[in-house]
Design a protein around this ligand. Structure first.
Ligand code: FE2
Length: 208
């Protein structure tokens, strides 16, 4: 290949020069698993598990990022409370992202990582760039949790059936438990109860 005119000349007296701008072929393609590992889990099982875990990973990364969007953009009288809650849930989802991604790698697969790939893969509806009202933020978050729960329950069952107890444990003990708990915290904010003035009991009785 012809040398670019402004490229610096190598100095033979400097051997500690970092080799910059390197590229090469991938060492493993996405949607493949190593054919032999010391895990006593066959290749087809690990391939099936890693494919499903990558879907779960894409959705968990999207939910995690949706929490940060809500943390930054929340408005209104419950700003402080929700600002803190959304960040707490963000941190917990971030832990799940790492656990799922590392499970894929240890099973011999390749984890999704970059935002563009996650955006192409996730099943969670894309929100607008602008700010939305609190009830809409909360509803979007609950919907996203529901998508994750809906795929996690059958995935846990399949993992147990195929003998992949580690994936079953991760999905049940970490993914399902965390998502169930966070759904509870969000859902209670969507119950329409008075904030300051109790319901007029007399009016309530006469209306019934
Ligand atoms: Fe923050």
């Amino acid at each position: 290949m012809a040398k670019k005119p402004n490229e610096p000349k190598p100095n033979p007296r400097v051997s500690a020069q970092p080799r910059l701008h390197q590229r090469a072929r991938e060492i493993q393609s996405y949607r493949t698993v190593n054919y032999a590992l010391a895990l006593d889990l066959e290749e087809p099982v690990r391939l099936q598990m890693t494919n499903q875990l990558n879907q779960l990973l894409a959705d968990t990364m999207t939910l995690r990022d949706l929490y940060k969007k809500c943390h930054w953009q929340v408005a209104g009288p419950t700003f402080y409370q929700l600002h803190l809650l959304f960040d707490k849930h963000y941190d917990e989802q971030n832990e799940l992202v790492d656990s799922i991604a590392e499970r894929i790698q240890l099973l011999g697969g390749v984890s999704l990582a970059m935002a563009a790939d996650v955006a192409e893969t996730t099943q969670i509806e894309r929100p607008p760039r602008g700010r939305e009202e609190v009830p809409v933020q909360l509803s979007r978050l609950v919907d996203a949790h529901q998508i994750i729960i809906q795929q996690s329950r059958p995935l846990a069952g399949l993992a147990a059936e195929l003998g992949d107890d580690g994936t079953n444990d991760l999905v049940v003990s970490e993914v399902i438990r965390t998502n169930e708990f966070q759904i509870w915290f969000l859902s209670e904010h969507l119950v329409d109860v008075p904030l300051v003035k109790a319901t007029d009991r007399a009016a309530a009785v006469s209306a019934s």
